[in-house]
Design a protein around this ligand. Structure first.
Ligand code: PHE
Length: 332
């Protein structure tokens, strides 16, 4: 009997199995009780002897059953008991990428100044990207070395300015629009260049617009975006699609114009190109250059993010290292 029992208890895996086994051997109708019944006919001496043996056997079986019970309940413990002292799992809350965050902040300011938000295609024709914007046929930017051409005619836009033409073809003046989006140039990646980057184009067209309107608008924007302590500087420059043209610098926040490493010792940081819309561009868009005037600007969003948040390397914006990205959660 003991041998059979020992074989069977090895097979037991659940508490139910164990109870069944217990009933089979030492339960009221179990095998040991049957044995007790069988010995009642024997002589008193034999009864005593066998009775003791059966009781010993019962003891062995019982203690083995107890052992097995302990074993099984120990195994069950982890899943049947909740440890309320363990710290809970925190769920990850998503947030805006610093580029998106910067873009939203820029657009919000222009929106509050009455600008509407438009978009343009990332794949542009050579016509919209260069020709309509008055780039001469031999302009170096048109070279395949500088731009990502897809075929003879189409390329990845090198700036958001082609959207100027598309907007003018679509809207009737007066209007004020900003166009955010991705741009692409064949630049090697380094601390301040990325072959893919972001710009916001601005375009205002009305009956009479002057350089003063451009300066006023950019100044309001820059004070709100970078802080009222920063100075602005307009430098004469050249773009084929604006006349006059300017580059806009902001005073370096780290050295307050004295010159430091982050501004290349000049005290100034360039934030955008701008100017009054060239008459040729109005003509190409189907407007009468004698009837309308306008100003336009193009600003690097990634660059604006670097300047505003003191990020030393543009590549940080594209590596998506969580320990960097997470820091922008607090300012959403
Ligand atoms: N498209 C120019 C650039 O990418 C910026 C610009 C936009 C200049 C609008 C003037 C007017 O450098």
């Amino acid at each position: 009997v003991l041998e059979k029992f020992q074989n069977e208890i090895e097979q037991v895996k659940t508490l139910d199995d164990l109870n069944r086994l217990k009933g089979k051997y030492i339960g009221r109708k179990g095998q040991l009780n049957d044995l007790f019944k069988e010995i009642t006919q024997l002589s008193p001496d034999e009864k005593k002897d066998l009775g003791q043996k059966i009781n010993h056997l019962k003891g062995l079986i019982d203690s083995r059953l107890q052992e097995k019970l302990k074993e099984l309940t120990q195994k069950l413990k982890p899943s049947s008991k909740v440890d309320i002292s363990l710290p809970g799992k925190k769920s990850w809350v998503g947030s805006l990428h610093p580029i998106q965050l910067t873009c939203h902040q820029i657009l919000t300011i222009f929106h509050s100044l009455g600008f509407r938000i438009e978009s343009g295609p990332e794949i542009e024709s050579e016509y919209y990207n260069f020709e309509a914007l008055n780039f001469p046929p031999d302009h170096p930017a048109r070279d395949a070395q500088d731009s990502f051409f897809l075929d003879e005619e189409y390329l990845l836009r090198t700036h958001t300015s082609p959207a100027q033409i598309r907007i003018m073809q679509k809207l009737q003046p007066p209007f004020k629009v900003v166009v955010p989006g991705k741009c692409f140039r064949r630049d090697a990646m380094d601390a301040s260049h990325s072959p893919m980057f972001h710009q916001v184009e601005g375009l205002v067209v009305a009956e009479s617009i002057s350089m003063g309107d451009l300066k006023g608008t950019i100044e309001i924007f820059a004070r709100r975006f970078f802080g009222s302590d920063r100075q602005l500087r307009f430098r004469p420059s050249f773009f084929p699609f604006t006349e006059p043209s300017a580059e806009v610098d902001i005073s370096c926040g780290l050295c307050q114009g004295k010159g430091c490493r982050s501004c290349g010792q000049t005290g100034w940081l360039e934030i955008m190109g701008a100017g009054l819309v060239h008459p040729k561009v109005f003509e190409n868009a189907g407007y009468d250059p004698h009837q309308v005037r306008g100003f336009a600007f193009g600003m690097g969003i990634d660059r604006a993010a670097l300047l505003k948040f003191d990020i030393p390397d543009i590549r940080w914006l594209f590596e998506n290292d969580m320990s960097f990205i997470e820091q922008f959660q607090a300012i959403q």
